[in-house]
Design a protein around this ligand. Sequence first.
Ligand SMILES: *Cc1c(COP(=O)(O)O)cnc(C)c1O
Length: 370
Amino acid sequence: MTIPLVDLVAQYNSLKKEIDKAIEKVIQSGQFIGGSEVEQFESDMATYCDMKYAIGVASGTDALRLALRACGVTSGNEVITTPFTFIATAEAIIQCGAIIVFNDIEPETYNLDPDKIEVTSKTKAIIPVHLYGQPVDMSPILEYAQRYDIKVIEDCAQAIGAKYKGKRVGGLGDAGCLSFFPSKTLGAYGDGGMVVTNNPDIAEEVRMLRNHGYKEKYFYETHGFNSRLDSIQAAILRVKFRHLDKWIKMRHEKASLYTKLLKKIDGIKTPYTNHSNYSTFNYYTIRVDKRLGRGKLADFLKSYGINVAVYYPLSLHLQKVYEPLGYKIGDFPESEYAQEEVLSLPIYPELENQQIEWIVNQIREFSINA
Ligand SMILES: *Cc1c(COP(=O)(O)O)cnc(C)c1O
């Protein structure tokens, strides 16, 4: 038996008829860029996120880049974010010509630690990343933002549908950025992303930026990009969107079962839960004690056909590409501990409870013999 980390084919097979029909409809319509599929999906997502505006773009990375630009982030500005994230978060800052400033994370949530945020006179924006689907502690961050006039752009690439104190993520700051990369909770069959906001100026700017910088065709107002969500992807996403809440609920149930079974195993720490928030478990990430050894456990599970992954093995401040920023080992201890200990286990709606029990049994056996 092999258990993948995510099973996109199982999901397709469960929706094959609807999806094939949606794709064919787009092809028959001849409308491949923009049009009603994109507009309707934008409207679905605005409603879902409780936001006034949703603008489809080419990827989650572009959502971040365009949102930063629309918030006025430009060269010389500093943007604070976490070093424990996918590189796209930091890339988007560089792509605006701005300076990345990393601050350390909380050991429990793996998210930006509000107490460690150091605002300077050059800080223009903060990008909290709701990692693995776990909401960031936003209240203190929003308070800094108000006090120091800083923009907050949420990276919700892993957290569509998650809630912070009852409110959907993406709508807490100035703009929220979604990714429809295939392995995300709501994944396309290619790349896609979206910016959600309540601010009409940000919405209008992102709309221009994604489409060569014009409002009226052939009259250009700003330096833009070609960064559109295509109609076939929008049509696929609209079909999948109808199942999103059910899938998130199923992820929750799978995560609860994992947590219940893993709790008793020595050396394994299950994901943090906070009952005022709602995490969506884009990844189910445990922490493996040094004594057990994350690498050894990962190899052991792989030998049984259980696919696991490390998100992320090296904090961004220690990456070769960011050497010029001048960070060194020891700058962000929590992020550096996490990179040695985290391990993400298979999670997807189609994963069976028996499979979870079997995975946990292997982990238990490993722990007993370690
Ligand atoms: C996936 C991801 C992105 C980027 O999304 P793409 O659609 O792949 O460009 C950004 N931030 C985080 C945290 C992600 O996981």
